[in-house]
Design a protein around this ligand. Sequence first.
Ligand code: C2O
Ligand code: CU
Length: 484
Amino acid sequence: MSSRLTVVVSMLAVCTAVTVGASMRADGDRASARDALLDDPRTMPRLRNESRARGVVEVTLTAAPATLSLAPGSPSAVYAYNGRVPGPLLEVSEGDSVIIHFRNALPEETTVHWHGLHLPFNADGSPFQPVPPGGTHDYVFRVKPGAAGTYWYHPHPHHRTAGQVARGLYGTIIVRAAKDPLPPMTERLLILSDNRLLPDGSFDFPARQTDGGRADAENGREGKLLFVNGRLMPTLEIRAGEIQRWRVINASAARIYRLSLSGHKLLHVGTDGGLFENPEEVDEILLGNGERAEFLVRGTGAPGTAVKLQSLPYDRYIPQTRPKDWQTPLDLLTLQYTDDRPVKPVSIPSKLRVIPALDTTLAKERRFIVMSQLLINGKAMDMARVDVTSSVGRTEIWEIENVVGMDHPFHLHGFQFQLLSRNGVPEKDRRWKDVVLVPKHETARFVVRFDSYAGKWMFHCHILDHEDQGMMGVLEVTPTGDAR
Ligand code: C2O
Ligand code: CU
C-alpha cells in the first residue's frame, strides 16, 4: 500500500475515532472507516488519468513482483498491478477513449484481458497478444455507449492464467453511464477472491502428481482465505433505512459464490453487461467465475445490529473430488449498522432501462458447444486452430451443453450475448452477459451479434485451471461478410 494512502487512511480513522468519542466500538469504527475508503469506488485506489482531454482516459499499468502481507503471518511474494492486490480501479465512462500503457515487469510472459469489454482484437489481451518479460503493450479502445456496468481485468497468458491471478493479478473496472437510472447512493465495489497460503506466506501450489494437485486440476484451485478487495472479513457500514448499491465481481479461479445477507432480501439490479430492465427481489445471488452482480442492499435492520454476507453451500463438484466441508457456509464480510437513527429510504425506479433484443430471426448459424471435463467439442485448445468461423455483423445462436457432472462457467470474449433459455425454459428477462454458468448436465442457449470487430476471440470455461488445461476454443470473426 502506498504511504500516501496509508496516511489518508489513518487520518480519517483518527477523525472518526474523535467524532465517535466515547463509543464502545471505537476500534471497530476505525477499522470500518478504513474499510469504507477501500470499498467505495470514489475513494479506493484507482488508476490516475494522465490525460486532460475530455473523453480521454490514459493510464499506466505495470505488473511486477512485490512483497505484500495478504493475510496475517508471513508476507507473500506476490504479483501485483501498480504494487497492489487487487489492482487499482479503472473507472471510465461510456464513449470514453481509453489508452492503457502497460508494462510487464514480471519474470514471465503475461497479458491484460479487459473482461467483458467490447474492444478491438489487439486490445483484448488474449493469449494471441502475449507481452514478454520487460515488454510493453498499449491497450487502446473506445468504451461502447450502453456498456455501463462492472467489469474486471486479469492476465490471460496461455496455460499460465490461474497461477498469475492467484499471485495477485486482478483488478476492477467500472463503466459509468451517461445517465444512470439509479439515484445517487453509497456505492460498494467488492472483488471476491480466494487463496491458499503456506505458513511461510508462499502460495500453496501442490505438485500436479499429488492428491492436492489432482484435486486442483479437477475442481479448479480453491482456498479457505476469502478476500474482499484483498481483505479478510472486512466490516462495512450501513445506516438503518439507507439503501446501498453493491457491485460484486467473482475473481476466484474456481469458487462459485452463492451470496446471501442474513435477514435481508437483495434487490438484484444488474449483471455482467450492466443494469437489468427490471429490478428483481431475491434471497440469494449465484455468482459464477468471472461473473458480476449489482444489487441494492436495503438497510432494514435496526441501528447497532450487524449481519454477515455469506456464501451458502453450493455443489458444483463431482462426488469423487467434492471437498468434505462443502456444506459449511462461508463468511465474507460483516455489515454493521451504525447507531444513527434511521433515514428515509430513497425511492428506486421500477424500470431501469430498455435493452434492445438481438433479433434471433437474423441468426445465420446455430452452433453447438459441448463442454465435457477439460474439453470443448471433444478438443483441447490449439492456438493454431480456428474452431468457429463467422464474420462481422452476423447474428448467431449458440447452444452450450455441459455433458458432465461438474459446473462449467462459459465465457466469450469480445461480444456480450443475451441468454434465451436454460434447459429449454425461456429466460424471463433480457440481460447482457459475457459469462453463463452452465451447471452439471444442463444447457444454455444465447443469441450474439458480432458487432464491429474482426479478430480471433477466445471462448472458454472460466474455471482458470480448466482454461489453462485447454478448455478453450477460438472464434474467428472475419472482417467481410453480409453484415447487418
Ligand atoms: Cu475473464 Cu478469457 O477471461
Ligand atoms: Cu470448467
